[in-house]
Design a binder for this molecule. Structure first.
Ligand code: SIN
Length: 349
């Protein structure tokens, strides 16, 4: 996507934010911050994943752009691998402006707004393009701008992609195979219901603790993208992998409103352009890094890999279909409609 398209998208986001009663100064109209000079400042970007992931590549692109364009007046410090904050505390620290950017898996925010459950709905999107069309569209932008009361501003969604099941016990090729197993989830009611529906248990565990939880048998399995499985070496402590694409990891890039509003015009221009550059890179890298991750997992040979036939995938789809009805009131039929529209326009079917 070209910068001009991102500019239009950002304008749309600002309009949605204004319609939701958001702070106008987040729109870049904060003339009262004054100053013609770029503000000397340090920006912290904290995340929980490894370096060879689309999220980290996006963060690196942001750092490079902002530091270069500001002639070093702005420094961007990136903290990968939960080295500054983890799943348990990054939101609070963003709200308190102890960190200026985070990009968590959106499903971790379902406690703030159940509509962040969308990527956890079974087989919600046919592909990354459909997911992005939803998040860049009106409903997605409304959801992204729903955290402003906490001082948290949603900027863009970066896709990672479809999640796949790994476990230590059995080859999984039908819903009944999960019975009696316990899976780690990113959190949220929808993921919990998915496992309940298949007779399995679930537990939400921070990403930074997942390798040990799998190794020590706290849970038997987990669901994740290939790039996360590969870069965190979960296949070292798992025996089976089923290629599922049944749910997704999509990241929300969030900043702190006070930080954002406190930037003067020349500084905000650079930071905003850096955010757009990062978004372009993260979006470009997601599929390639997942494809590469899958190849590496195959080469390492630690897990038995099961690729489902289309009939087997359909069996999972049918089995999990009731979840959609269960959550329609909470998530909203207007949101469901927007998901369907995104698939109609960009999906495979
Ligand atoms: C992430 O990709 O940021 C982490 C996903 C997870 O918690 O499994």
């Amino acid at each position: 996507m070209k910068k001009t398209q991102f500019g239009l998208l950002f304008l749309m986001f600002v309009l949605v934010l204004a319609a939701c009663g958001g702070n106008d100064s987040a729109s870049g109209e904060s003339d009262d911050n004054g100053g013609e000079e770029i503000q000397e400042t340090t920006i912290k970007f904290s995340h929980v994943v490894a370096e060879n992931t689309p999220k980290h590549q996006g963060a690196l692109a942001m750092k490079e752009y902002i530091e270069e364009e500001s002639d070093g007046k702005i420094t961007v410090e990136i903290y990968p691998n939960s080295s500054l904050f983890g799943d348990q505390d990054e939101y609070q620290n963003l709200a308190s402006n102890n960190v200026q950017f985070i990009a968590p898996d959106i499903s971790k925010f379902v406690g703030n707004n159940p509509q962040f459950n969308v990527p956890s709905l079974p087989f919600a999107f046919d592909n990354d393009a459909a997911a992005l069309a939803f998040w860049d569209g009106e409903k997605g932008q409304e959801i992204m701008s729903s955290l402003t009361d906490d001082g948290v501003l949603g900027l863009y969604v970066w896709p990672n992609g479809g999640k796949h099941l790994t476990n230590n016990e059995v080859k999984i090729d039908s819903p009944e195979d999960l019975e009696g197993l316990k899976f780690r989830t990113q959190g949220g009611q929808v993921l919990e219901s998915i496992y309940n529906e298949m007779g399995a248990g679930s537990e939400s565990i921070p990403f930074g603790e997942l390798y040990n939880a799998l190794d020590q048998g706290v849970v038997e399995g987990q669901e994740n993208t290939f790039s996360n499985i590969e870069s965190k070496k979960f296949d070292e402590v798992q025996q089976h992998l089923t290629v599922m694409n049944h749910t997704r990891v999509d990241y929300g890039l969030f900043t702190n409103t006070e930080f954002w509003d406190g930037l003067n015009e020349p500084t905000k221009e650079i930071v905003q352009a850096g955010v757009e550059e990062a978004t372009e890179v993260a979006r470009e890298q997601a599929k390639a890094l997942n494809d590469e991750g899958f190849e590496i997992i195959k080469e390492r040979g630690n897990v038995e890999i099961t690729e489902l036939s289309s009939e087997q995938v359909q069996e999972f789809r049918d089995y999990l279909e009731p979840i959609w009805d269960e959550y329609e009131d909470e998530i909203g039929s207007d949101v469901y409609e927007a998901v369907r529209a995104a698939n109609d326009e960009h999906g495979d079917t």
